[in-house]
Design a protein. Structure first.
Length: 378
């Protein structure tokens, strides 16, 4: 188990600068598009991700840190925010003559915005462009922006995310001697795309159906739980409709998902009720009466500030052994007084090939980058 430092809200500060300041593409086979690659040697790999990167910062540094500078920009943004960033000159964050990886997993941007952005990356930054997406409809020939994309990778299986979730759920039994049922799962706000007020408003109006459309984490988390309990419909197939799964999880398995809004206040994603968390036993009773016996937590690093502070409080002040599973999106710094966590790297080391299946999208991206870097530095 590792210890996280008290975090700095650098991602939010970066986003504020981008929006308010002045700026000084299952099948993961790469598709070569019509754009011609830059002939100038790139000095930097620019990697922008809106959720979790197909290749992590640590993987990028290990593979390319010795021969390239790596500029890693990770921001939780929605479609509207991304569009605003592009119109305000986000291209200028990309260094000249670089390899630009644009990795978007939570939304399909407006085609005109993508056209503008990739055209700027090509004409103004002279970049080799790589687009990673899980939206297969981008193959439409009417989408003109593809002519400015050198390589297109489809990450529809989201293998890195599924590996992390399945291994984390499995680990609860051998490591903490607890079942998956009768549990309140605390989920980091960022992985649910609830960081913006607009997304929170949509969730409160539409309920969990909205989050299942916008959050790859929640969709896959519910699917992995359904598979763990072998939940099947009348046709013998695993449930595909999340509303059906919710009813079974709450009514038969006594499972709830909760997110820290601010301070001690949490919202139940199934009921949309707010619940105060000042005592572990009282909180579990308020969530599910006598049927909730355990707590655990899942998130991406960097965690949402409110989640981090409250989870730390649960572990230290309330002295509850809260399992916290973290997908290492950004580099983690450690502190003996920080949050106790289990990372995807820990899970991979413990369980290896049992849960960590080959990631075709990551392999495709790695192959492309290695080929480009070799050609530019040779």
């Amino acid at each position: 188990m590792k210890i996280l430092t008290k975090r700095l809200v650098t991602a939010l500060l970066t986003l504020a600068v981008l929006l308010g300041g002045v700026f000084a593409m299952g099948e993961a086979k790469p598709a070569k598009t019509d754009a011609s690659a830059s002939e100038t040697q790139p000095q930097t790999i620019f990697y922008f991700s809106d959720y979790y990167p197909t290749l992590s910062y640590k993987e990028m540094e290990t593979m390319f840190g010795a021969v390239c500078e790596i500029k890693f920009v990770h921001l939780y943004v929605d479609n509207e925010t991304f569009g605003t960033m592009v119109m305000k000159g986000f291209y200028s964050e990309c260094p000249q003559n670089s390899i630009a990886v644009i990795d978007l997993k939570t939304f399909m941007p407006d085609p005109q915005i993508l056209y503008t952005y990739f055209e700027q990356l090509k004409s103004l930054c002279n970049s080799v462009t790589i687009f990673v997406t899980d939206y297969e409809e981008l193959t439409s020939p009417s989408l003109r922006f593809l002519k400015y994309v050198d390589y297109l990778i489809y990450d529809k299986d989201l293998t890195t995310l599924v590996n992390f979730i399945s291994a984390g759920l499995f680990d609860l039994t051998p490591n903490y001697a607890r079942p998956l049922s009768n549990t309140a799962y605390l989920i980091d706000k960022n992985v649910l795309t609830l960081g913006s007020s607009a997304n929170m408003k949509n969730f409160l109006e539409e309920g969990i159906a909205y989050l299942c459309r916008t959050s790859p984490f929640l969709r896959n988390f519910m699917q992995q739980l359904a598979r763990s309990f072998d939940l099947k419909d009348w046709d013998g197939e695993h449930y595909q409709w999340f509303e059906e799964t919710v009813g079974i999880l709450t009514d038969k398995l006594y499972i709830h998902f909760l997110v820290c809004l601010k301070g001690d206040m949490f919202v139940d994603l199934f009921t949309r009720e707010t619940i105060q968390f000042t005592d572990v036993e009282k909180f579990m009773k308020d969530v599910g009466g006598k049927d909730i016996h355990y707590l655990c937590a899942f998130g991406f690093w960097m965690l949402d500030q409110e989640s981090y502070i409250k989870w730390l409080d649960i572990q230290y002040k309330m002295k509850y052994d809260l399992p916290v599973y973290v997908l290492e999106v950004e580099e983690i710094q450690y502190d003996p007084n920080g949050l106790k966590i289990i990372t995807d790297s820990d899970l991979k080391r413990w369980y290896g090939g049992e849960f960590f299946h080959p990631d075709a999208a990551a392999n495709a991206l790695s192959d492309i980058l290695q080929s480009l870097v070799r050609s530019f530095v040779s």
